[in-house]
Each structure stands twice: as structure tokens, then as C-alpha cells.
Write a protein that binds this ligand. Sequence first.
Ligand SMILES: [Zn+2]
Length: 215
Amino acid sequence: MRKYVIMGVQGSGKSTQGAMLASGLDLVHISVGDIFRWHVQNHTKIGAQVRRIMAAGELVGDDLAEAVTAERLAQHDWNYGFVIDGFPRNRRQAEFFLESYDIDGVVHLDLPDSEVRRRVLARRLCSGCGIDYNLIAHRPKEEGICDVCGGTLVTREDDTEEALAVRLHDYHDKTDPVLELFARKEYVATVDARPGKEEVQEDIRTRLGLPAYKG
Ligand SMILES: [Zn+2]
């Protein structure tokens, strides 16, 4: 059984890399962000809570992230192991997580703040169907219009310079101690998140001593 954690600031591609790492290794990919999105799309109680938090321009709290992660892991469908991203989010959670699970490796996707800013501020969202666009990596065919439904593309309310600066500060504040803790107890592979996603994945697998990514 293999268990990996992917850490990285928003825009570093941790969910994409988590899915790529899980594929071909029979690992279950647990993305906390995806779980929250699922709840929102399916109008659950947690989804309503997340919507309220986002509407207020705030971040989903650590306790809620912990609750959904615990619930997801308790399903025990990960016979060969898991890749988790978006958790743990603070030192207390990391300590508990390390006591509960044998982690084989931690991947730290390293992205300079300037590049985070460039990536996050290029994000667009369809106001009709909610699909994500990125003006750097995934451009719509017609500017400002959704390829899927023809809806108008908008910037997320919380993707402003000011809001991002607050989130980046908050991220480093809480995550740097988690990385320090992991580095003392587990193998942490710091990987440059700037190249293309295939290249980043190859780097991750080389560092973890895993077979090459087949796509
Ligand atoms: Zn659309």
C-alpha cells in the first residue's frame, strides 16, 4: 500500500498532479477541493455551508476540511493506497494525520508567488455552466464566451490581487510549519511546479522512485 500527500499553493496544479499520480498505480485520489465542489454541485448541507463561506469571500475553514477528509478516508475503498491533496492544512492536522497513517512520501509543488499570481489572476469561470477556463493554459475559442454553453466568462469574486495576497499570506503562515513537520518525519520531495504538467509528473515519479507516467 502506498500513501502520498501533495502540498502546494493554489494554482500549483496539486489536484491535476494528484490525479496523474494516482492513475496507473491503482491509488485513490482524494482531493479536498473536489469533495467541496461535489457538495456544492449536489446541493448538500455541506455544499450550502461552502457556498455561504465563498459568498462572504472567505476560505473554507480547516475544521470543515478535516471533517470531509476523515469521512472520505473512512470509506476505506483505497485498497492499494491513496494520494491526497488539500489536506492537512495546519500543524495540528498534520500531527494527527501522521499518527493515523503511514505516509510514504510528501510532494511539495513549489511555485513562486509571482507565478501563482499570474496563474490565479488568469482564471475565468463560466457564469452559465460553471466550467473553469484559464487564459494561459486553456483559452476559450471565442474570447469571453464559454465553448460548452455560450455563457459569459467571469472572474471569480475572490480572484483579485488583494484577496490573493491575503490567501498567499495565510497559506505560507499555516503550511510552512506543516512542511517543516513532514520534513522531520517523512520524505519530502520538493518539485518545481513551473514546467508543463507531464514534466512535473515525471519529476514527481522519479523523486518517489515510481514507474514512469504513461498518460
Ligand atoms: Zn458554460
